[in-house]
Design a protein around this ligand. Structure first.
Ligand code: 5GP
Length: 181
């Protein structure tokens, strides 16, 4: 399926599931090497990261913990730029190696807010692992961004956990909005 319609928008295939899974295997190998002998806590940022988090953690062979938080800052296809909700930072992260797992980093505002919040718990280390990054959209400096699956153009994408107005998260591949659509 090269093209799909979600609500009022037409999307075309951008990254196939095979390609995504291959990249995730490499990311997991790198993380496994970097965290050898440690037991990091992976914090998935809901909702978008749920598939990526599952696939990434299945590829990891080091001992680790997994938890999720939720930050809602987005509506439609444009970033509102405001963080409205953070739910779920309940675990004690003091002296832990923390890896934030994101589906996509766009402006970086959500992530920098999150990093600020998590740093207050004095973790031993804090890293970010994002499947996608839109470098052209970044408006914050990201020195914690250690693991990036794919750098992509500044276009709206959907699938593999990412939604368009709540729809499309279940799609295996990642699609991008057709220009002019
Ligand atoms: P930021 O705060 O970096 O601008 O936005 C981060 C959040 O916005 C992501 O976690 C994701 O939920 C949402 N987002 C940013 N770009 C896209 C996109 O192209 N597609 C979808 N579906 N969500 C996006």
């Amino acid at each position: 399926m090269d093209r799909i319609q979600i609500a009022d928008k037409e999307f075309e295939i951008f990254l196939e599931n095979d390609q995504i899974c291959k990249r995730i295997r490499l990311m997991a190998i790198q993380i496994g090497v970097d965290y050898e002998g440690r037991c990091p806590v992976f914090i998935g940022v809901l909702n978008g990261s749920f598939i990526f988090m599952a696939d990434l953690l299945k590829e990891l062979t080091i001992p680790c913990e997994a938890t999720f938080i939720r930050v809602s800052s987005y509506q439609g296809t444009e970033s509102s730029g405001t963080v409205r909700e953070i739910i779920g930072i309940t675990d004690n992260l003091k002296d832990r190696d923390v890896v934030i797992v994101e589906d996509i980093v766009d402006t970086g505002l959500t992530l920098s807010y999150l990093i600020g919040e998590l740093r207050q718990q004095a973790p031993a280390s804090l890293a970010v692992c994002s499947l996608l990054l839109k470098p052209a959209a970044l408006i914050t400096k990201m020195d914690t961004m250690q693991y990036v699956g794919f750098e992509i153009p500044n276009e709206f994408v959907v699938g593999y956990g990412l939604d368009y107005n709540g729809l499309g998260r279940n799609l295996k591949h990642i699609y991008r909005a057709k220009s002019g659509a």
